[in-house]
Ligand binder design. Structure first.
Ligand code: GLY
Length: 353
């Protein structure tokens, strides 16, 4: 098992191992205490992993309650968020008790926001069961729900007490779900770790623990430096300006990882055309996305993507911060006027490399 220690406003461990799901109760008892554990999950994950988590928590002396929502991004809404708060209140849950997010990014984000706000903050554990949640959303304390006008528009920074990632769980879901997580892993290689990018050219097989640990350690370093996203943390948004726009335009039918893959390909193309990176760098990025069978084109027009991007919380006044690839392993933040953003999106959509 690997342990990555985060030292942000709160210090906590990310535990990464195979078959460690049944140990959650003991870790919860030692780290969080409390009498009740509220497991927030979705209907697919519940069938697969709830009983294991429940018995581990019961064995550690917890009263266990559960809230189950339908799987998918559309569950990350205000109505479900309020239902979770009501459910906690009606169950006699106190701020000394522990919210357990069991699932992917949707479950982690909404459960985390509920934990951050219920009685002004409870104990909180993340158990990511998708690759995307394991390498990104369960780490670093971003919690949120979506509003009609955009993704993650209501939320809080709220660090968990620990993250437990049993990577055996990551293979049992749909292959598409796993592939979507690969987009975020590729992102880490592009923004910070050329060695990781090269490693991804080989079969993943027995390297999953090493790969997750490497991604999480990169994110940890970034979060330690800029927990509240005022500066360098924005580098994690490589491909996300167009990606979030594509997700919104597709009404969240395009999974986050796929939309980010399309966004990364778009910005790589535009960056090569504008001379920010070489054509080789662009080809490496697009080639890697294709290697993992991720989409590199979108059917939406530049006008549509531009309009949707404006609702994204990354814009401020007449500027937006874009993440530009310079070479594999090195990206930079670039303040971009909205007029230029429009041009960049159009360049990124032009056919032909
Ligand atoms: N998913 C980007 C971040 O955590 O900042």
């Amino acid at each position: 098992m690997e342990t990555v220690r985060v030292d942000a406003s709160k210090s906590y461990d990310i535990l990464i191992g195979s078959g460690i799901l049944g140990e959650v109760g003991q870790y919860a008892r030692n780290i969080c205490g409390g009498a009740t554990a509220a497991v927030i999950t979705d209907d697919i994950v519940e069938r697969l992993y709830y009983l294991n988590v429940e018995s581990s928590l019961i064995n550690a002396g917890y009263r266990v309650i559960k809230f189950v929502m339908p799987n998918g991004e559309s569950s990350k809404n205000a109505a479900n968020y309020l239902s979770i708060l009501d459910f906690l209140a009606e169950s006699g849950f106190t701020r000394k008790d522990v919210v357990v997010a069991l699932g992917g990014g949707v479950v982690g984000d909404i459960a985390g926001f509920a934990a951050a706000t219920y009685m002004r903050g409870t104990r909180f554990i993340q158990i990511p069961t998708t690759l995307l949640a394991a390498v990104d959303s369960s780490v670093g304390g971003k919690t949120a729900i979506d509003l009609e006008s955009g993704k993650n528009l209501a939320g809080a920074f709220f660090q968990p007490d620990f993250v437990l990632c049993d990577h055996k769980t990551l293979y049992t879901l749909d292959e598409d779900v796993f592939r979507a997580g690969c987009a975020e892993i590729i992102k880490y290689g592009i923004i910070r770790d050329k060695g990781l990018f090269e490693l991804l050219k080989l079969p993943m097989d027995d390297k999953i623990e090493e790969i997750i640990t490497r991604c999480v350690a990169i994110k940890r370093d970034i979060v330690n430096e800029d927990e509240c996203d005022g500066g360098i943390r924005q580098i994690l948004n490589f491909g996300h300006t167009a990606g979030h726009a594509i997700e919104l335009l597709s009404r969240y039918k395009t999974p986050h990882g796929y939309a980010v893959a399309e966004g990364m390909a778009l910005i790589a193309r535009a960056s090569a055309r504008m001379g920010f990176c070489t054509a080789d760098c662009r080809d490496e990025i697009i080639g890697m996305l294709k290697r993992y069978a991720l989409p590199t084109e979108t059917g939406f027009s530049s006008e549509e993507i531009y309009s949707a991007a404006l609702s994204d919380k990354k814009s401020s006044g007449d500027k937006i911060t874009l993440i530009i690839p310079r070479e594999i392993g090195k990206c930079e933040l670039r303040e971009t006027k909205l007029g230029e953003l429009k041009e960049i999106i159009a360049l990124g959509l032009e056919r032909g490399e």
